[in-house]
Write a protein that binds this ligand. Structure first.
Ligand code: AMP
Ligand code: MG
Length: 413
């Protein structure tokens, strides 16, 4: 039997980053940059004021104080989006507004609260430090600076910055098309009539959602009964995708035909038992450059093995340089038992309490118990050789979503 690590080590090289494509900026959210994106021009593009106030030469106000104010004549105005303000003559000041160009020869902005307007000019009762409240051209970014490195995920901040740089389209990694093929005589779609002994092909929906959440494009292949020729045919159909996932039919039951269907299609597949619960039977192979993964059919096993063994590969195909989730330490809130033998990825709800993450196990942990995938936000690793975990035990976990949400505002400030 392979360990989780061994299985990943064998699989990951097959998931090579796909090619790149150009997308418009508005379509780039959540994608990974296909190359370094560099600044086209300096930012800010021109020196401008960070405050509403008065543009001055700091040297004109040297020594200004309450007792010894300086009065400068007001010689003009610079507004955001307005005409070029010209050069500030020595010994004068210009009205200026936030975002407006700094007049040539001015080096400092005095906020209007620190100045007093009189009939004769503007009085300054304090000497500003040179450069104050000026957002200097190029102080955030110089032309050619890498703004977004290749592989980085494009979020709202990246989109804002790229827009500020007049970058309206960019190169991102292509999203993998992931074919899903479910097998089993008992499977029906939601839209089909209920029949005794049948169940809904819920895995097609759950896996599609996992694929989409990871950044892939799911393509559902019509599911097949436990019949070899149809399985062979639909496996072949799935090989057009960038990645093929099958579910069900990979254990050793009489009707488990996936292995034969892979062989017939020339998929060079290894059938493993992986030391993990839920999961165990897992198939992995390649057809040319296309990775093929056979997941177990049990709904929880399918989702947990997707999360553990497929999602990292899918993220890698998307160019993500950090395709794995991070392990976090969690503390059990209640005692928990599991049966010894295999490491288990138990489903839990995790909440941050003070400086620690507290994990409460779902009451259902069976590999077919789909409700155990609802309302949870972590998979907690339970060591194979331990059967009883007392409350307060520290364990490793991956968080399935970054954001838990909170009923109260985050900052007491
Ligand atoms: P198998 O891996 O084919 O032996 O299936 C194991 C269990 O998972 C059986 O109870 C199946 O009915 C169930 N199952 C298999 N495929 C699916 C599916 N696509 N959706 C929901 N349940 C499934
Ligand atoms: Mg089956």
């Amino acid at each position: 039997m392979k360990s989780i690590q061994e299985a990943l080590t064998a699989m990951m090289p097959a998931f090579e980053p796909l090619g790149v494509e150009r997308v418009s900026l508005s379509e780039a959210l959540g994608r990974n940059a296909g190359q370094d994106v560099r600044a086209k021009s300096s930012l800010p593009p021109f020196s401008n004021s960070a405050m509403d106030g008065y543009a001055v030469r700091a040297e004109d106000l040297t020594g200004a104080s309450e007792d010894d104010p300086r009065r400068l004549p007001l010689v003009g105005e610079s507004r955001a989006g307005g005409d070029a303000p010209g050069t500030l003559a020595p010994g004068s000041t210009m009205r200026i507004f936030t975002g407006a160009r700094i007049p040539a020869a001015a080096d400092t902005v005095v906020p209007q609260e620190d100045a007093e307007k009189t009939e004769a000019g503007i009085d300054f009762r304090r000497a500003p430090s040179a450069g104050a409240h000026v957002r200097a051209e190029g102080s955030d970014l110089a032309e050619g600076d890498v703004m977004v490195p290749a592989g980085a995920s494009i979020g709202p901040g990246e989109i804002g910055l790229l827009a500020a740089q007049r970058i309206s389209a960019l190169t991102v990694y292509r999203r993998p098309r992931v074919a899903i093929l479910s097998t089993g005589d008992e499977l029906r779609d939601i839209s089909e009539p209920e029949e005794p002994g049948t169940i809904v092909n819920s895995n097609a929906y759950a896996l599609s959602a996992q694929i989409r959440a990871a950044g892939g494009l799911p393509q559902i292949i019509p599911n097949v009964p436990d019949a070899l020729d149809q399985t062979v045919e639909q496996v072949r159909a799935g090989l057009d995708a960038d990645l093929l996932i099958t579910c069900g039919g990979v254990s050793v039951g009489d009707y488990d035909l996936v292995k034969e269907a892979f062989d017939t299609n020339g998929i060079d597949a290894s059938f493993w038992k992986v030391r993990v619960k839920p999961g165990k039977p897992l198939t992995f192979g390649r057809h040319g450059k296309t990775p093929v993964v056979g997941l177990p059919g049990n709904p929880v096993s399918a989702m947990v093995t997707f999360e553990t063994f497929v999602r990292p590969g899918l993220r890698r195909m998307l160019g993500d340089p950090r395709p794995y989730r991070t392990a976090h330490e969690v503390v059990l809130t209640h005692p928990h038992r599991h049966s010894k033998g295999r490491p288990e990825l138990a489903r839990a709800r995790v909440r941050r309490v003070g400086d620690r993450l507290e994990a409460t196990m779902h009451r259902l942990q069976g590999s077919g118990s789909l409700p155990s995938m609802v309302g949870i936000d972590a998979l907690v690793l339970l060591a194979a050789e331990v059967d009883h975990f007392s409350a307060g035990t520290k364990l490793q976990a991956i968080l399935l979503r970054d954001e838990h949400g909170s009923e109260t505002p985050p900052f007491d400030a």
